[in-house]
Design a protein around this ligand. Structure first.
Ligand code: KIV
Ligand code: ZN
Length: 387
């Protein structure tokens, strides 16, 4: 029996921190409902103390969602925690996520606090949050640049104070996969009460490593991943939900856990987030980009037509696309050309006619980026005219 990998989606909180991606209350509720449909375990709906608007959004999501846990972020301050607790009152299942920075640079330059003061405040915050709910998550912000000995100390203390989830953020996306995986293994080994909490990770993508770091952490025992749809998030974004989920699902030979995500809801979720935020998805984005399941080269098209798995490691339908796509262009081969004509209901009377039409198609493809069905129809009617 495999372990469960908890998916914690923070599109509505960290995703919203992308400059220009702020969302209205109604938009947040629409996205939250889609995340619930996708069977996301935890939806971080916002940061209630940040503004009255965000408080109202978290409250609206907490009231609307029934099947996922709804989470609110709070600094390790009683007033922030109280705002989160208030906003989550209507949730069937609510979580308070409280955080304080633990890296030397953050403690010294930003918080201007000593490590002892940081531990004290973290413990106080977790105990305060426990007055609202028994589902409390704690994050040592900038853990990726924190001293592992200090992390062990603070994490042991917050587990004793009642935190059930310990989230290890690589806040500035500085870590490398092997290093981050090792950090998770070290924390799990060295914290005496580690087995009382779920280890979570929250990786940013500044070096393009957010997904790789998250997967390395999972291989080393993390059982919650924090991620966002389309990898939206502060600066270069967060680990992308669709990539984490599909990597774990596709490589079950390697992972001893799996998520409960309904992957067929991934593309609809991606489209919804792109349309609400106005952040277009790049065509070559894994899983959800327009070209993720498109084949243009003749060799690839021929292979896929003979057996899909020659060039496809996932099925387009399994992530919510209607089907894989053969793009007709200058690299396409005769087999794909013939197959597309058949899909359009066109059968040419002879091999010579097919060869003639294919030659004309290649000429056209040298002039045009993509050949559409109408081009093919025109091409074939020309060919028919010369028969
Ligand atoms: O990146 C980060 O450290 C965060 C924390 C609040 C978890 O977003
Ligand atoms: Zn973050």
């Amino acid at each position: 029996m495999k372990d469960k990998l908890i998916i914690f989606d923070t599109t509505l909180r960290d995703g919203e921190q992308s400059p220009g991606a702020s969302m209205t209350r109604e938009e947040k509720v629409r996205i939250a409902r889609q995340l619930e449909r996708m069977r996301v375990d935890v939806i971080e709906a916002g940061f209630p103390a940040a503004s009255n608007g965000d408080f109202e959004s978290v409250k609206a999501v907490a009231d609307a969602v029934r099947d996922s846990t709804v989470c609110g972020l709070a600094r390790a301050l009683e007033r922030d925690i109280d705002r989160a607790g208030e906003a989550l009152k209507g949730a069937r299942s609510g979580r308070i996520h409280t955080f304080i920075a633990t890296s030397p640079i953050h403690m010294e330059k930003k918080l201007r606090m000593s490590p002892d003061q940081v531990v004290e405040q973290a413990v106080k915050a977790v105990k305060w949050a426990r007055k609202w709910t028994d589902n409390v998550e704690f994050s040592p912000e900038d853990a990726g640049r924190s001293d592992p000995d200090f992390l062990c100390r603070i994490l042991e203390a917050v587990i004793d104070a009642g935190a059930g989830t310990l989230n290890i953020p690589d806040t500035v996306g500085y870590n490398l996969p092997q290093q981050f995986g090792h950090l998770i293994a070290t924390l799990r080994e060295r914290i005496p009460n580690a087995d009382k909490a779920v280890f979570s990770v929250h990786c940013h993508n500044d070096l393009g490593l957010a997904v790789a770091n998250s997967l390395a952490a999972v291989l080393n025992g993390a059982r919650q991943v924090e991620c966002t749809i389309n990898g939206l998030g502060e600066r270069a974004g967060n680990a992308s939900l669709e990539e984490v989920v599909m990597a774990v699902r596709t490589r079950q030979d390697v992972f001893s856990c799996d998520t409960q995500i309904d992957t067929t809801q991934i593309v609809p979720a991606s489209r919804l987030v792109a349309s609400v935020t106005g952040f277009a998805v790049q065509p070559n984005k894994a899983i959800v980009g327009a070209n993720a399941f498109a084949h243009e080269s003749g060799i690839h098209q021929d292979g896929v037509l003979k057996h899909r798995e020659t060039y496809e490691i996932m099925r387009a339908e399994d992530v919510g696309w209607s089907a894989n796509k053969m793009v007709m262009g200058k690299h396409s081969g005769r087999n794909a050309f013939k197959s597309r004509l058949a899909e359009l209901g066109i059968e040419l009377p002879s091999e010579d006619a097919l060869n003639g039409a294919f030659a004309r198609f290649k000429e056209l493809a040298d002039k045009k980026h993509e050949i559409f069905d109408e081009d093919l129809q025109a091409l074939v009617s020309d060919e028919a005219a010369t028969l």
